[in-house]
Design a protein around this ligand. Structure first.
Ligand code: G6P
Length: 612
């Protein structure tokens, strides 16, 4: 969480920093601030969003060609002006922005207080900058060296950028556990939590590795050292994105744009990997690990949030097609429960951002115990793909809306490709069936396109139910995870309480909630145990519940019972999660808009959860 941006060069820093913060606002948006260096360091910061910072700064001097900026998701200390970043050091000679958590901040703070330091905020970040200042003075070392010594003393995660009054042409940046990208322009440098604030200025970037410190000086080449003082050669990579991927392109919200991008993003996830005519499924990134997968006695999926739901769909896919036992774990639980992991386990870590702290920690645990780790991530160059043994990117493109949509369907797409490939090499699926599924898979982007057209019905349902307090989502088999995901989407962005359940489990509790005010969303495509879900719908209707059902085109049975139906095109059961999630995303979106919620930046959430 938290977004950081910095600029060093010849242009005016302030507009670059503000624009950068706006691009990173998905990472946190409870307070924002900027430090500009022109003579002395001037800090402007405020509670609220980047737009509040813009208002706050109006009329103030912002002339500077060096600056650092931050948008916050509070960890230590409530979101207010004092706790907003940047933070000054005690003597106000240094200022810092920080993303992450300094776990041993309390003893460090106590020591600094004993040495006469006073603190203006409750943050761990202010402790770090004072520690650096203290080391610099006490040990009479350069700022570079003081930063290095301090970073050897802290425990936790950080991505930091520091400016100094004494060195107006320099920035120092470092990372451990939290991401940091440096853009190298013609005569300038850009630093950010991800590449989105950088791409419009330069495509040449360096992803800083853990425990690396970058020294940036105007007119000089980027220098990198580790915190153990080893020199590193910067590895410059070229960004493949273009700017339009970061703009709303006429849509009212990023979330809506991303929902509508799905025909394309799903196709991009399959591109070069699926050839239905030739019967080929090939995932280049994991090709060297196919034997590991083939021999795996068990697959463990680890993820959080929406990615965990994709993992659940993966469980159905791998067990059904490739006949291998699968466990799906919340990364946050897995890492702390002394899990049994063997060398012949394959762990699949799923993450949109590639930065989720719990998923990263679960990966290192599984790696230590000898498991093979494959990643399914969206953000290229992020931390998870760099710690896994191998993996496949989803290639869904940047996802800015905090509630995940296109990343989910792309994760499910990649999991489907993996499961189909494993089934093929294991021989757990007859060739004719395999060919049939591949042919159907090629039609999915087109079918998603068709699904997206059913807008009027969803808007009608949204208008009708925008005022309710509770929703229940029910599905079975492949669509049980879709029920969970549908409920998560609604609660995340509309703040309506929503629960997802396996439809038959309803009888063991949630049925008690059902009355004429309770909308129940059934995911009921004409596949799998359709008749069973029809019975579950009857059970809800018998208790006067209001039923909204996702059904296959041409369905007549559910249509006869449900109050509202939304059609999805006919497809194989394994592809129904992709098609069925689309109307549920739209339902959540329209309800949230009608309720006046901030769809792209729901309260208290952040897109990239880099703290545990
Ligand atoms: C946050 C986001 C969710 C996301 C989850 C896992 O909670 O708001 O949309 O599903 O983190 O993130 P990841 O990047 O690992 O998929």
């Amino acid at each position: 969480m938290c977004g950081i941006v910095a600029y060093l060069g010849e242009k005016q820093a302030f507009p670059i920093l503000i624009k950068g913060l706006q691009r990173l606002e998905y990472r946190g948006y409870d307070s924002a601030g900027v430090a500009l260096l022109n003579g002395d360091i001037a800090i402007h910061k405020t509670k609220g969003k980047v737009s509040d910072l813009q208002d706050y700064v109006k009329g103030k001097k912002t002339d500077a060609t060096v600056g650092i900026a931050h948008t916050r998701w509070a960890t230590h200390g409530e979101p207010n002006q004092q706790n907003a970043h940047p933070h000054f050091s005690h003597k106000q000679s240094l200022a810092i922005i920080h993303n992450g958590i300094i776990e041993n901040y309390a003893p460090l703070k106590e020591e600094l207080i004993n040495r006469g330091y006073r603190f203006k905020s409750d943050t761990d970040t202010e402790v770090l900058i004072n520690l650096i200042e203290d080391i610099k003075i006490k040990e009479e070392v350069s700022l570079e060296e003081a930063v290095r010594i301090a970073l050897n003393q802290v425990i936790g995660a950080y991505a930091i950028v520091i400016i100094s009054n004494d060195k107006p042409d320099e920035l120092i940046a470092a990372r451990k556990g939290s991401p940091l990208v440096i853009g190298i322009g013609d005569n300038d440098f850009y630093i950010a939590s991800d590449a989105t604030p950088i791409v419009e200025y330069t495509k040449n970037v360096v992803y800083l590795e853990d425990e690396e410190i970058a020294y940036l000086k105007k007119g000089e080449e980027l220098q990198i050292k580790t915190i153990k003082n080893q020199k590193k050669t910067p590895y410059i990579q070229e960004l493949e994105w273009n700017l339009s991927k970061l703009e709303k392109e006429g849509y009212e919200h990023f979330m809506l744009k991303e929902i509508y991008e799905q025909p394309r993003s799903i196709l991009d996830s399959m591109r070069g990997r699926l050839n239905a005519k030739k019967g080929i499924v090939s995932l280049g990134g994991i090709i060297d690990y196919e034997q590991k997968l083939l021999k795996a006695k068990r697959i463990i999926m680890i993820a959080c949030g929406t990615s965990w739901h994709a993992g659940l769909v993966g469980e159905y896919l791998f067990e059904d097609l490739a006949r291998v036992p699968v466990e799906v774990e919340y990364a946050s639980e897995f890492r702390y429960r002394n899990p049994i992991i063997n060398e012949d386990d394959v762990v699949i870590a799923i993450s949109q951002s590639g930065e989720t702290a719990d998923t990263l920690a679960a990966i290192s645990l599984a790696k230590e115990k000898g498991a093979t780790i494959l990643g399914i991530c969206n953000v290229v160059g992020s931390s998870i793909p760099r710690t896994t043994h191998a993996g496949s990117y989803t290639h869904a493109g940047p996802e800015i809306g905090v509630a995940s949509t296109k990343a989910f369907t792309s994760q499910v797409t990649v999991l489907t490709l993996m499961a189909l490939r494993l089934a093929q090499i294991k021989g757990t699926i007859p060739k004719s069936r395999f060919m049939q599924l591949l042919a159907e898979m090629e039609t999915i982007p087109g079918k998603v396109e068709k699904t997206l057209k059913s807008a009027a019905k969803i808007i009608e349902i949204s208008e009708k139910f925008q005022g309710v307090s509770n929703f229940l989502y029910l599905g079975r088999g492949y669509n049980f995870p879709v029920a969970l995901e549908g409920a998560l989407k609604l609660k995340e962005i509309s703040y309506i309480h929503a629960e997802g359940y396996p439809a038959a489990e309803m009888k063991h509790g949630p049925i008690a909630l059902i009355d004429e005010n309770m909308p129940v969303v059934f995911i009921a495509p004409h596949k799998g145990i359709y008749e069973k879900i029809v019975s579950n719908i009857q059970e809800v209707k018998a208790r006067k519940g209001v039923v909204i059902a996702i059904v296959t085109e041409g369905d007549s049975v559910v249509k006869g019972i449900a109050d509202y139906t939304i059609e999805i095109p006919e497809t194989e059961e394994i592809f129904t999660p992709i098609l069925a999630s689309v109307p549920l995303q739209k339902l959540a979106y329209h309800i949230a808009v009608l309720r006046g919620c901030n769809v792209d930046q729901p309260r208290n959430l952040a897109k990239s959860v880099t703290v545990e």
